[in-house]
Design a protein around this ligand. Structure first.
Ligand code: GAP
Length: 446
């Protein structure tokens, strides 16, 4: 019963994402492609706001983190050094009857369509890296991989960044970018995709300070999710037990979110020792050591790695924002209650009527006043009620309407005033045009 409710909720989310241009199935006109998703106009803005929030908070507002923007395809030795070529795989089984294919640890609960239970093969390891070839010859010498994580690009550039950035340990290198994993069973909408985006930080530290820095980053990252509007009660952490840790890791904590389909990972924060840098030193023959000018110590830094998925965060934000409100019997208002900081569009501007040139002209002036400051949308289609509903579903926190009062037709005291409607309360205030930018800026900060 509970499962049916969750499925119905996810169906509403998927339908809204399509209807309001958050997320579309990739290549939908050709029947779609499993595990790939496109972001529409609202989704692209939402995603950009998530990236910007992370980059501002993790890189720009700190003095101890710098950013890079590396390639998707690297020298294949990067992935040999990191261990991805030999061990980045999931166990896979086939059903001998229906030819279905699954991750061995995620078997379907349904019966075989050919009748009776599924008849599985032995599990075999399936490497998740997408392969391609660099250059015109398609042989093993030219084999390359689409990166399955952005992290290794950071490790491979550690010495270059250290030499140009004037940073000292402890310091971090951050990157946002696409990653690719040939997941056996992409599922739960965008949650497990084959092409997705990561926001990763490698925070390099002195050996022995791992536990302290790990704790600091777990606290920092958990709080960050609240700043972008995810409700505290839906966030939790999962602490790995000793036997669950990779052999080189001393600690790992996942930030979890209560999705409609279960409590699942948004971000992993791992204390990885010096495994990655040591491996690159071994495979490249180039030193990855750091020399401390003050203490005269030389060592390979350890690292704490907070690694988050942009698409999962967007999906969590969409699920958390979705609200249904019955405003009259049988009249349900759907409203996406995004934090204003993260909302795709901040303000929508409406002329009351589309066929009254003085209204249009005034509304255009207001639009042009707001547009340099906020993501602003112009809407003159349909009636005002329909425009509000559209903006509610897109999660726009404020709507500005220019009416005949604005033109001073009801008296000079209302000249150059507009209505400012709040998405959450639906309350409308009469505001002077000249006060709009400071007022919206203040509410956006608040
Ligand atoms: N460098 C460490 C690393 O890549 P991970 O736990 O495999 O760790 C980090 O990935 C984050 O990337 C996850 O917490 C998740 O948010 C995101 N992620 C991983 N695989 C994903 C997939 N198939 N689809 C969408 N997001 C994914």
């Amino acid at each position: 019963m509970a499962e049916k409710k969750e499925t119905a909720f996810m169906e509403k989310i998927v339908a809204l994402c399509k209807r309001r241009g958050f997320i579309f199935q990739s290549s939908e006109i050709y029947g779609g492609i499993n595990g790939f998703w496109d972001y529409g106009p609202a989704g692209a803005e939402l995603k950009r706001n998530v990236r910007d929030a992370w980059w501002n908070d993790v890189v720009r507002r700190r003095t101890d983190v710098v950013g890079i923007d590396g390639t998707i395809i690297t020298h294949p030795r990067v992935w040999e050094a990191s261990g991805h070529v030999t061990s980045f795989s999931d166990p896979m089984v086939d059903c001998k009857k229906c030819k279905g294919r699954w991750r061995a640890d995620q078997l379907p609960e349904t019966k075989c369509p050919e009748g009776g239970p599924h008849d599985y093969t032995e599990a075999r390891q399936f490497n998740l890296m997408f392969e391609s070839h660099a250059g015109p010859i398609k042989d093993d010498d030219n084999k390359v991989y689409l990166r399955p994580e952005t992290a290794q690009v950071i490790f491979a550039q550690f010495q270059n960044v250290l030499s140009v950035s004037r940073q000292k340990i402890p310091f971090g290198i951050a990157q946002i970018g696409k990653a690719f994993r040939n997941e056996i069973n992409p599922r739960n909408f965008t949650f497990r995709s084959r092409e997705f985006e990561q926001m990763e930080l490698e925070f390099f530290i002195k050996p022995g300070t791992d536990a302290d820095w790990h704790k600091r980053w777990v606290e920092e990252r958990l709080t960050w999710y609240e700043t972008i509007g995810l409700p505290k009660e839906k966030l939790s952490i999962y602490e790995y037990k000793k036997e669950e840790l990779a052999h080189y890791a001393s600690a790992c904590v996942d930030v979890m979110f209560a999705f409609p389909f279960g409590v699942q990972e948004l971000e992993g924060i791992a204390a990885r020792g010096n495994f990655d840098l040591s491996q690159h030193e071994k495979f490249s023959g180039k030193s990855m050591a750091y020399f401390d000018d003050e203490t005269k110590e030389k060592y390979i830094p350890h690292v704490v790695e907070p690694s988050a998925g942009v698409d999962r965060i967007c999906l969590a934000l969409i699920c958390a924002a979705y609200t249904e409100e019955e405003i009259a019997p049988g009249d349900v208002r759907i409203v996406m209650k995004f934090a204003p900081r993260i909302a795709p569009v901040k303000v929508a501007v409406f002329p009351l009527l589309r066929n009254k040139p003085p209204l249009i002209e005034k509304a255009r002036q207001v639009f042009e006043l707001l547009q340099p400051h906020f993501t602003t949308e112009w809407d003159d289609r349909g009636n005002i009620g329909k425009r509000y509903r559209y903006q509610d579903e897109q999660g726009t926190p404020w709507c500005v309407t220019i009416d005949f009062d604005t033109l001073g037709e009801k008296g000079p005291e209302l000249l150059d005033t507009v209505t400012l409607r709040d998405r959450n309360t639906m309350k409308q205030d009469r505001i002077k045009i000249a006060d709009l930018v400071p007022l919206i800026s203040q509410r956006l900060r608040g």
